[in-house]
Design a protein around this ligand. Structure first.
Ligand code: SF4
Ligand code: SF4
Ligand code: FES
Length: 330
């Protein structure tokens, strides 16, 4: 076991644990942001530098600080290590620079982007970015392409985090897409416009931290804060069948995997559950999803904890909106 102190909080973790995982164990208030790391995907992390931290004491044996900021998702803890995340002005300044780099070629078209409201880059920019950019050159742009029957790739928004490539590598049989070219011309693409067709390829949409990979069955149908998420399950032979249904009125607008508090899928789901089961009757509804209050998706989503008290207005009975939704699900 190794004892590590992050922003003044000390925790003991098994040897080999990364600084990021140790910080997550302490809690969200000390965990660095991540754009490429994904705990369920092997070898993820190390690409985006959002998780930079300062190691002010290397270990009990060698207390010298590390000379440069390090990526928390790739650096294992040492016994006696001391780390600064939010408490280091150097880290805060460096993270601002990382956001500026990530946004150099990014269109920032959030008002028309399907990912708005559930976008990690949007959150990262608001929480850690600078209000202006110093970049004055032409940004690179790409045509949108279909990389499968149900997936649209808008490369202009991609931050090359490699998560979708890892999904294809680790969850599907034959990977036909990846990162082509090098440097500032690198892009995610399929080999000579091959099509990504696999039972689990839909998970690439869920792991994409930005609006580069989107669900063609949901694109431009609704803003995410105007749909109501419900946890549901079904008996599925291909995956665990535990999903999130996104309702507008009584219609299921989209099906996604369930995400944990780090924004990562709890379980990967198959394409049949995601794209072909969009009727309430296909599912056993468990109840409204618990969405973090800091997310815009939780806006106006109230959960009734007691039997509804039906208020009267001008002599008429008023049924609260969310109770109507609950009733419709029965
Ligand atoms: S990917 Fe995120 S930051 Fe980029 S345009 Fe879409 S919502 Fe905005
Ligand atoms: S398409 Fe999305 S998941 Fe894939 S590398 Fe780009 S940003 Fe990452
Ligand atoms: S999350 Fe650590 S480098 Fe991207």
């Amino acid at each position: 076991m190794a004892k590590v102190t992050i922003d003044g909080y000390t925790i003991e973790v098994p040897d080999g644990t990364t600084i990021l995982e140790a910080a997550r164990k302490i809690g969200a208030h000390v965990a660095p942001p991540t754009m490429c790391y994904y705990s369920k995907l092997k070898t993820s992390g190390g690409y985006c530098r959002s998780c930079l931290v300062k190691v002010s004491k290397g270990s009990e044996k060698d207390p010298r600080p590390m000379p440069k900021l390090v990526a928390a998702c790739r650096t294992p803890v040492m016994d006696g290590m001391e780390v600064q995340n939010n408490t280091s002005p150097e880290v805060i300044e460096a993270r601002k620079g990382v956001v500026e780099f990530l946004l150099i070629n990014h269109p920032l078209d959030c008002p028309i982007c399907d990912q708005a409201g559930e976008c990690d880059l949007q959150d990262l920019s608001y929480e850690h970015g600078a209000p202006t950019s110093r970049y004055e050159f032409k940004r690179r742009t790409f045509e949108k392409i279909d990389i499968g029957e149900k997936i649209k790739l808008h490369m202009t928004r991609c931050i090359l985090c490699y998560r979708c490539v890892k999904v294809a590598d680790q969850l599907t049989d034959h990977r036909v897409h990846g990162v082509l070219e090098r440097g500032d011309v690198s892009e995610i693409s399929t080999y000579i416009q091959n099509v990504v067709e696999n039972d689990f390829c839909g998970n690439m949409i869920d792991v994409c931290p930005v609006g580069a990979l989107t669900d063609k069955t949901f694109r431009f149908k609704s803003r995410v804060w105007n749909v109501n998420p419900y946890d549901a399950h079904r008996d599925c032979k291909k995956c665990g069948g535990k999903v999130r249904l996104w309702y507008k009125g009584e219609e299921v607008f989209r099906v996604t995997g369930r995400k944990d508090k780090w924004g990562e899928l709890v379980e990967f789901i198959c394409n049949e559950c995601r794209f072909d089961r969009k009727r309430t009757s296909n599912w056993v509804i468990e109840g409204p999803s618990k969405i973090d209050r800091h997310s815009v998706i939780s806006q106006n989503h109230y959960v009734l904890e007691e039997p509804p008290h039906k208020p009267m207005l001008n002599g008429l009975e008023v049924v609260p909106r969310n109770y109507q939704i609950e009733e419709n699900k029965k």
